[in-house]
Design a binder for this molecule. Sequence first.
Ligand code: CMC
Length: 428
Amino acid sequence: MSERRAILSVDGGDPIELPVYQGTLGQDVIDIGSLGSHGFFTYDPGFSATAACQSDITFIDGNKGILLHRGYPIEVLAEHSDYIEACYLLLEGALPNAEQKKTFEHTIKYHTMVNMSVEQFISGFRYDAHPMAVLCGVVGAMSSFYHDSLDITDQEHRSISAHRLIAKMPTIAAMCYKHFVGQPYIYPDNTMSYSENFLHMMFGTPCEKYECHPALAKAMDRIFLLHADHEQNASTSTVRLAGSSGANPFACIAAGIAALWGPAHGGANEAVLSMLAEIGHEDNIEEYINKAKDKNDPFRLMGFGHRVYKNYDPRATVMRQTCDEVLEVLGVQNDPLFRLAKKLEKIALEDEYFVSKKLYPNVDFYSGIILKAMGIPEEMFTVIFATGRTVGWISHWNEMITNPYRIGRPRQLYTGANVRDFINLEDR
Ligand code: CMC
């Protein structure tokens, strides 16, 4: 138990003692759980100063621009590791040895196919349905296909569900794309790496095999790795909240996908490209920078700013480098869209408004540009984010389920009407 105490007194009333806990890194937290019994709630809309849980998985220091997964800096993982290894690390808590990695990779490959009924299910969506709408529905429906792994109290079930989700997400994501463009589904090829296989299912057709440039497979792997987890963000918190009611993992991940879709979160990568298209030309950048600064204009520079990072997002640093590599490999550095993006980045990094508010380009700014250069349509960007993030969501869900937890049930500051007399319809 904590020895340290914070003392709270409201209007000079009796002091309320609140325990203070210290994590291994990061801010100390004040345990306000007993406040309800003293007649108070805390008020923190947007959860700017609320630690909703205890977790061993990921640490972020937003002021220093540090992101650690199980203690390993993201840039070190990006340089020396790969997505599959990061999945193992997030799920199991330690890097795998060679044998463990081989077994894990085999397990994931063994689960890449989806039940044939999933094909029929996807085909039932309107031909031009947004791939995120399809993904959300299909992942939610997975609990109707895989009942044999839904007992959340059974470790074996939880493990199979986690492996199924990680393995099948690229297959489902690619199927969402194929449905969107009206092409036949391409089945997974288990001789390929996770990322190569995803690109094969996206760009291959029954008439033509997709020859994957190694630099693009590497870039794809980096995109998955850099999105793998990010602490208690909106979608991960949604997964935890849904899971706290005892819902099955497929339902919880579907809830996370829905939360990710918004433009303030994972939808930002798609929004970056829409914004670049709207700006249209380098000559218009100033006008849009001014719009972003105008308090009366809802326009925001998409791909800039972050709730936690008040420094360069370390994922963005790696993504920026990958972006330069991909543009060079594809020979599109001089494409007007990418030149526009680079100029926007430079101006925003120098502009007093963005500098003083510490609004740096975030991971979505560069991932959108990379994916666009690779020929992936904007509607698929958030689907790809969701694919990479699945391991983070399932790791957090698993961590919650295997530790003591209660249903998440926030309270509120009620500002509505007081008790009123009911007036009969004829008298209103
Ligand atoms: N363009 C212009 N001004 C901005 C921007 C932006 N992109 N982001 C924040 N600001 C301003 C905002 O107006 C506010 O100004 P003031 O203090 O004068 O009122 C100040 O900066 C702080 O902003 P906030 O809205 O209080 O910050 P937040 O922590 O609630 O929001 C954010 C964080 C990421 C939602 C926001 O920066 C944003 O909307 N960015 C654009 C969308 C985006 O790129 N999202 C992806 C986030 S990274 C990937 C992920 O984790 O999903």
